[in-house]
Write a protein of this length. Structure first.
Length: 241
């Protein structure tokens, strides 16, 4: 996994089910491009990055650790929620500013080099039928030409996963789990993409310790042996068309 663990703790980037969701970070790093990067500079040096729906702002911290100038956003009060964690990294916090941004109404055009989010589309998609597309259109508009979108979202995965969510999760009604083919096709209308799916057992853990343990089993076994539609995390790297 990531060597940024030396500087930013992975628990400050990914809040839950971290062994599976953290797989997004090396995947994105592998595909990210920065024309301004030299051998001496960090991967996102001087890049303008927007995190949408950041809540505790974990991806903002990650992007800052790669040298980006970051706008950490959420619907309301992003600074109040994210700064207690960001305060732990004063050198990185200097690279982060805060702004309330609605992913359905982003007031920037041709501006950001990179936009990122994790577990936001599922909430937005539950609002109305067209909300997912509207969010992607807004992101497309806010990215500069050649800009890059990084995101990770929950997939429906199998009937076992959907049954377990209905049985054990309280917020089911306000979340729309995404169908693999459907999400992939929708994104392809606006972006060229590289994607992968990870995680099968991790989400079934009853607490974080179990999730992490099951996440390691996913890494060792299920991430390569099961059909991609059976896994529950969609990790996407997109280039603006
Ligand atoms: C499940 S939380 C995920 C938080 C964080 N990204 C993470 O993965 O830990 C969903 C987040 O999306 C935000 N959100 C919901 N609708 C949004 C919208 N229309 N625009 C921006 N953020 C939104 C919520 O405020 C919340 O912080």
């Amino acid at each position: 996994m990531e060597n940024i663990r030396d500087t930013v703790k992975i628990t400050d980037i990914i809040e839950w089910d971290k062994s599976n969701w953290a797989k997004a970070l090396p995947f994105w790093k592998h595909h990210l491009r920065n024309e301004n990067k030299t051998n001496e500079t960090k991967l996102l040096k001087d890049q303008k990055v927007l995190e949408l729906g950041g809540r505790c702002g974990g991806l903002s911290l990650w992007a800052a650790s790669l040298g980006a100038n970051v706008t950490c956003s959420d619907l309301e009060n992003p600074e109040k929620i994210a700064s207690p964690i960001h305060n732990k990294y004063p050198e990185l916090q200097k690279l982060i500013k805060y702004e309330s941004v609605n992913a359905l109404d982003i007031h920037y055009e041709n501006y950001f080099d990179v936009i990122c989010f994790k577990s936001v589309l599922g909430g937005v998609a539950s609002l109305h039928e067209n909300a997912r597309r509207e969010m992607l259109v807004q992101i497309h508009k806010a990215l500069r030409n050649g800009g890059q979108l990084l995101f990770a979202e929950n997939l429906t995965a199998t009937n076992l996963h959907m049954w377990a969510r209905k049985m054990f999760r309280k917020y089911e009604a306000s979340w729309s789990y995404q169908y693999f083919d459907d999400l992939r096709k929708l994104c392809s209308e606006y972006f060229d993409q590289k994607y992968c799916t990870v995680g099968f057992a991790g989400t079934l853990g009853l607490n974080e310790t179990m999730k992490v343990f099951l996440g390691h089993i996913d890494t060792a076994l299920f991430d390569w042996s099961l059909p991609e539609r059976w896994r529950y995390i969609f990790i996407d790297f997109c280039m603006k068309k």
